[in-house]
Ligand binder design. Structure first.
Ligand code: PEP
Ligand code: MN
Length: 350
């Protein structure tokens, strides 16, 4: 369901919140003219970080969605926060719902929503939890799978960190990559609106998601973003969305290319990776030999002074070679941990 025949991204777009029938109708009219937009998002219950804000129009908004869905032949989706929202969505013909970031972080709430979903054929989108814990994200997906939900997709909307790297929610692309490694069949959409928090960042984030071969996007759209009752800074106008979609890289072009230069560079990378692995195997062989020597000399496997000197040396080299120090540090830590593990195994202590 999340990829069309032409391998185009599956786009869900619409307002952060339904604010009036006129606003919903204006977005709907505009979105049905955008071929890439397959579904309209529209928040009806809004879990707000601070009290006193607009919390959504609830059932009234669902009634408008049903009327407009019949009039314009479009499909809507919305967030469910409590179990009773599931049956309300069902009553008003909503067949796709999403679980928000604050809910995914709470297994009890996910379980309650699961109970309400049991036996229905709804499609469920699961946003990442607010904290960067891939296991919580996977846990929510597994809970849904267990009660029989078969149509699902993950939505990457960024993580709430002390330092959000200039975004509203730090993207931490690696966390989403980890989910994709663990659940390769699960479609994944990017929500650049909640990652960016500013309209000016949305296009570049969407672009990046396409280069990473995401299956689609969920983007917030408002006819007059400045007047929006929620998330005013990050919503795009329909015209801005059209411009963004027209300049997106085509994901199908990123895997199978016909450019010979690209093929050559890929061969070069394959070759370099083989060499890297060969060197790593050689390094681990030396570790194995060191283990027996240390054993004979009655030395402990882990030598903090030596490790500290090695790391400083590698980081200085990294700087000379213009490699990012965080990256080299993490890589060296991984290699060292494996080396210690091998030495423990070979010293009769592991
Ligand atoms: C939303 O999509 O409007 C929303 C509140 O999302 P999130 O759960 O990602 O904060
Ligand atoms: Mn929003």
């Amino acid at each position: 369901m999340f990829m069309d025949k032409n391998n185009q991204p599956y786009v869900i777009a619409g307002p952060c919140s339904v604010e009036s029938r006129a606003q919903l109708e204006a977005v709907t009219e505009a979105m049905r003219k955008v071929p890439q937009v397959k579904m309209i998002r529209a928040g009806v219950w809004k879990p707000r970080t601070q009290p006193g804000g607009f919390e959504g129009l609830g059932e009234q908004a669902l009634r408008w969605m049903q009327q407009l869905s019949n009039r314009y032949s479009v499909q809507y989706c919305c967030e469910v926060v409590r179990p009773e929202h599931v049956s309300l969505c069902h009553r008003y013909g909503i067949r796709t719902v999403w679980i928000g970031a604050r809910t995914t972080a709470n297994p009890f709430m996910v379980d309650e929503i699961c109970q309400a979903l049991q036996g229905s054929d709804m499609t469920v989108l699961v946003k990442n939890p607010v904290c960067p814990d891939v296991r919580l994200w996977i846990g929510a997906i597994e809970r849904l799978h267990k009660i029989g939900v078969r149509e699902m997709a993950a939505v990457h909307r960024g993580f709430s960190m002390y330092d959000n790297q200039g975004y509203r929610n730090a993207p931490l692309w690696d966390v989403a990559m980890e989910l994709r490694h663990q659940m390769p069949q699960l479609p994944i959409l990017c929500d650049p609106s909640h990652i960016g928090g500013k309209a000016s960042l949305v296009a570049q984030l969407a672009h990046r998601a396409m280069l990473l071969n995401y299956d689609g996007l969920m983007v917030e759209i408002h006819p007059h973003p400045a007047d929006a009752l929620t998330d005013a800074l990050q919503q795009l106008t329909p015209a801005e969305l059209r411009a963004l979609l027209d300049t997106l890289p085509n994901p199908s072009a990123s895997s199978a290319s016909t450019a010979p230069e690209l093929d050559n560079m890929r061969l070069e990378i394959d070759d370099i990776d083989q060499n890297l692995l060969r060197l790593l195997a050689k390094r681990m062989e030396v570790s194995r030999n060191i283990a027996s020597l240390k054993h004979r000399l009655n030395m402990s496997v882990y030598q903090p002074d030596r490790w500290g000197r090695m790391m400083n040396d590698r980081l200085a080299l990294a700087e000379q070679m213009q490699l990012k120090s965080d990256f080299v540090k993490e890589l060296m830590e991984k290699i060292h941990a494996e080396s210690v593990r091998i030495q423990m195994e070979n010293s009769g202590q592991g």
